[in-house]
Design a protein around this ligand. Structure first.
Ligand code: BES
Ligand code: MN
Ligand code: ZN
Length: 505
């Protein structure tokens, strides 16, 4: 996608679709489109007066201009809602509405006016970043396996976005914001491709190959450990998960250590179960196909490292991706089996379907060698978090208040909502085991997300700020939303990058 920032009036811009945002109850003049509407002979004002467009959030109206009145033949009015309730999240969604209209009409070029956002007090760089994110995320489709769309795609693909700067002085800030947005959205769409892709295509080894392909020549060093190397490191907990699978587990270590970085190291850990059948504790078939998304945490970590390196952020970041396939098989781990993690703690399996925490346990132990300023793991870990928060919010468990606050701010900036959950100590006894240091899970469904977090905490390096993001609800979206087609969301990749951006300041 070619993104161009231009200081030009909307009536002069040559494009296929011109999107302009208006707040609820705003007149054309108040919105600053007086000149444009005059060129159109009052067309927009007429639509508003007739009550056909009220500026309600994300409601859109497509208008066709007459003859050569202005240079672009189609105008999309997009409602921004009540001005008092306006946030960047609304702006990102509004951009997504415009992008999807463009795609529906099979058009190539979109022009959009930044004016509404900057007039509402949004910093130009953030405004441009948000619009670009909403547009590129909104244009995403997973078409890898669709023969027809794949051959059509080059002709219908949108390839130009013009951002109209309200003032010449704003151009450079808009350009840098647009570049950030493009880096983030491009990586997020690559993450979506990985997560939407089926388990037969994305195995742990294929994921490791993708990690290599997506992060090479960016100043990231990647080391991939196979099962033999993991055995030598004592990662018996991690290894136990793939024992029933023909696919070899892979532990990926991505290190981004830029010369200009400060002293802090952030470690991001991702659960990457390329398919979760449940293992011997087999899941029911209904909805099992969706467990191809069980590597979403790992994919988000790969995408975050890629973005962070492309943005050349002056902060040290390590990505640990714990990839395995959870299958029943002749050598599969069984309920009642006991395994030992890298830190020497033993775990008695209750359900082989509680596999995510077993790979993360060793990932957390491994992170200790970096003496990290913060460790954040993200994982599609429990059905329990979906019961609590559904699909719009990720649950965040943090042992450190300032770290949670930073994550919340980053999530806000990214438009990927989070809600803090308790690491409630009294429930720790629920995973007491008669034979090992702890059980893998409780055997009841109550507070399953909390007991999972309490389990993970046993493997967190001492005195280390740590947060666990349970993204089981947010990684996969059933409902089509403005910049979210059904399927993978790439959540919380942009949150992780925003966190690193804020950390680097
Ligand atoms: N991958 C699942 C969790 C999940 C559920 C992800 C729904 C996405 C959507 C995880 O491995 C799992 O099976 N968790 C079990 C744990 C239980 C056996 C303790 C669960 O939450 O039921
Ligand atoms: Mn499972
Ligand atoms: Zn799982």
């Amino acid at each position: 996608m070619n993104i161009i920032v231009k200081h030009s009036s909307p009536d002069a811009v040559v494009s296929d679709l011109l999107a302009i945002g208006l707040f609820e109850g705003q007149s054309v003049k108040e919105a600053g489109y007086g000149t444009l509407d005059a060129a159109l002979g009052g067309l927009i004002e007429q639509v508003i007066t007739a009550g056909d467009f009220e500026g309600k959030a994300l409601k859109a109206r497509l208008l066709y201009t007459h003859g050569d009145a202005i240079a672009t033949r189609r105008i999309l009015l997009v409602g921004l809602g009540k001005q008092a309730e306006f946030t960047l999240a609304v702006a990102r969604q509004a951009a997504g509405v415009a992008a999807q209209t463009l795609a529906d009409l099979k058009l190539r070029r979109l022009a959009t006016v930044v004016h509404g956002l900057t007039a509402a007090g949004v910093a130009p760089a953030s405004a441009a970043q948000t619009i670009v994110e909403g547009t590129l995320l909104g244009l995403y489709r997973f078409i890898t396996h669709k023969r027809e769309e794949n051959t059509q795609r080059p002709t219908v693909d949108a390839d130009e976005l013009i951002l109209l700067a309200p003032a010449a002085e704003m151009v450079s800030a808009l350009e840098s914001g647009a570049q950030v947005g493009q880096i983030l959205a491009t990586s997020a769409n690559l993450v979506r491709d990985l997560v939407n892709e089926s388990g037969n295509y994305v195995t742990p080894k294929v994921l490791a190959g993708q990690a290599q392909a997506l992060t090479q020549d960016m100043g990231i060093s990647l080391t991939v450990y196979g099962e033999e190397a993991m055995r030598e490191m004592g990662m018996e907990s991690f290894l136990s998960v793939s024992r029933g699978s023909a696919q070899e587990a892979q532990f990926m270590v991505l290190e981004y250590f830029p010369a200009a970085a400060g002293a802090d190291t952030l470690v991001l850990i991702g659960k990457a179960i390329t398919f979760d059948t449940g293992g011997i504790s087999l899941k029911p078939n209904d909805g099992m196909w969706e467990m191809k998304c069980d590597m979403a945490g790992g994919a988000a970590v790969i995408g975050a490292l890629r973005s962070i390196a492309q943005l050349k952020l002056p902060v040290r970041v390590v990505g640990l991706v714990c990839a395995a396939e959870n299958m029943p098989g002749p050598d599969a781990i069984k309920p009642g089996d006991v395994v030992k993690a890298m830190n020497g703690k033993s775990v008695e399996y209750m359900s082989t379907d509680a596999e995510g925490r077993m790979v993360l346990a060793d990932g957390l132990c491994y992170s200790a060698r970096y003496q990290p300023a913060a460790v954040i793991d993200c994982a599609t870990l429990t059905g329990s978090i979906v019961m609590a928060l559904s699909s719009d919010m990720s649950g965040v468990f943090a042992n450190d208040d300032p770290l949670f606050t930073r994550i919340q701010k980053a999530a806000d900036a990214a438009g990927e909502p989070v809600w803090r959950m308790p690491i409630w100590k009294p429930y720790r006894e629920r995973i007491n085991s008669d034979v090992a240091d702890m059980k893998g899970s409780t055997g009841t469904r109550y507070a399953g997300a909390i007991t999972a977090a309490l389990f993970l905490q046993e493997f967190v390096p001492e005195n280390t700020p740590w947060a666990h993001m349970d993204i089981a609800g947010t990684a996969w979206q059933e409902d089509h939303k403005p910049y979210q087609p059904r399927g993978a969301s790439a959540n919380p990749m942009r949150t992780l990058v925003e966190l690193a951006r804020a950390w680097a300041k």
